[in-house]
Design a protein around this ligand. Structure first.
Ligand SMILES: NC(=O)C1=CN([C@@H]2O[C@H](COP(=O)(O)OP(=O)(O)OC[C@H]3O[C@@H](n4cnc5c(N)ncnc54)[C@H](O)[C@@H]3O)[C@@H](O)[C@H]2O)C=CC1
Ligand SMILES: O=C1[C@@H](O)[C@H](O)[C@@H](O)[C@H](O)[C@H]1O
Length: 339
């Protein structure tokens, strides 16, 4: 139902992303206010709540969702904690923006899909924020326009300066490449059908036990081929680039937009240090779109189907990474709620 009052949002998980979303909801986005922050680390939530009028700190997501002033939930806890929070929000029929991944595997994503279908309407938007990045949006419009003919190949490069110490080999696929799984499905408007993972000799900066970088190959329904270079420890900055190769032209995004500096016998631009800077506009646009749609009583953006499809591709990807084999992606038939 459309609402005139500011949307009261509970932010669940107040680590790196959650704290940034709290700041965004409080200072950048219009039409919303942070009424609850939730973290199992109580001091983290308390410190954030202290800076915001009318905001209460909780350690239990269920208690926060029961509060009178909570109209919607933004989930930014780690992936394995998403299912419980999503099911509780659906039980209370609360709108949700859930950071990627929807859940860590296809079986848990299906449980969430089942609960949303039983509710009978969409409530969940998945935080695949690249769909809100200005350059990706232009690329999507261009490919959809048909101006360049069919898309034959996509080349993705996804480089992080370094990964946190707890980051695993599998997470390169299901925490990092999951973004390319989503943008590929979105840009090409079709499903990924198979995944292969190849591993070059690792960088000497890769932690023990991590194959870094890796080369991931997707096949899609139309027969397009999509490659992803995932590099977790490139050292120099955060860089996300894509190139579409079409029948009548190619398009490239992510080459940083400047400023380009010529000085001291050198020329060049800067590379952003982290995703918070590279995708700042995309996160802002994503959360504003979620708040606006929720206040209109609508749900837009990446759906539980998109979260499930990405989880299924992740499972195939992790299996391909482990066994060195091409692995086909298995999807259930798409339910009518997500047509
Ligand atoms: N869209 C994007 O570009 C990015 C998305 N992410 C996603 O955001 C989510 C959070 O990631 P980070 O902020 O990097 O993690 P983080 O480790 O910095 O923060 C997670 C927070 O959640 C809290 N927490 C753990 N279990 C909880 C529970 N059951 N209930 C409430 N709080 C709980 C932790 O104490 C911690 O404060 C993940 O799903 C991750 O994949 C992370 C980085 C970038
Ligand atoms: O989602 C993200 C992180 O969780 C992930 O670890 C990074 O590789 C991605 O670039 C970032 O967007």
């Amino acid at each position: 139902m459309p609402s005139q009052r500011a949307l009261g949002v509970a932010v669940v998980g107040t680590g790196k992303m959650g704290a940034d979303h709290v700041r965004r909801l409080h200072q950048v986005v219009s039409g919303a206010r942070v009424t609850a922050v939730v973290d199992i680390e109580v001091e983290r939530a308390r410190t954030l709540a202290e800076g915001i009028d009318g905001c209460t700190a909780y350690t239990d997501p269920t208690a926060a969702m029961a509060a009178q002033d909570v109209d919607a939930v933004l989930i930014a806890s780690p992936g394995p904690a998403h299912e419980a929070a999503l099911l509780e929000a659906l039980r209370r029929d609360l709108p949700v923006l859930c950071e990627k991944p929807l859940t860590p595997d296809a079986a848990s994503a299906l449980r969430v899909m089942d609960a949303e279908q039983k509710l009978g309407h969409r409530r969940i938007q998945v935080g695949f924020m690249r769909r809100y990045d200005a350059e990706y949006m232009k690329l999507e419009r261009l490919l959809r326009s048909g101006q360049l003919g069919n898309t034959l190949m996509l080349h993705h490069r996804h480089r992080n300066p370094a990964m946190p110490p707890w980051f695993t080999n599998e997470m390169l696929i299901n925490d990092s490449v999951v973004h390319e799984m989503d943008v590929t499905r979105w840009l090409l408007d079709q499903e990924i059908t198979a995944v292969t993972v190849l591993k070059p000799a690792p960088s000497s900066y890769a932690p023990e036990g991590m194959d870094d970088p890796q080369f991931v190959l997707f096949e899609t329904e139309s027969g397009a081929l999509v490659d992803v270079e995932i590099f977790g420890h490139c050292g120099y900055g955060y860089q996300v680039q894509a190139e579409a190769v079409c029948e009548r032209g190619t398009v490239r995004i992510g080459d940083e937009s400047g400023p380009w500096l010529s000085a001291d016998g050198r020329w060049g631009g800067a590379v952003t240090p982290d995703y918070l800077e590279r995708f700042a506009d995309a996160y802002d646009r994503q959360v504003q779109a979620w708040v606006d749609a929720t206040r209109r009583g609508e749900v837009t953006g990446p759906s539980v189907w998109d979260g499930y499809a990405a989880a299924a591709v992740c499972e195939a990807g992790v299996s391909a990474q482990r066994d060195g084999q091409r692995v086909e992606v298995e999807l259930i038939e798409r339910p009518a709620l997500y047509e």
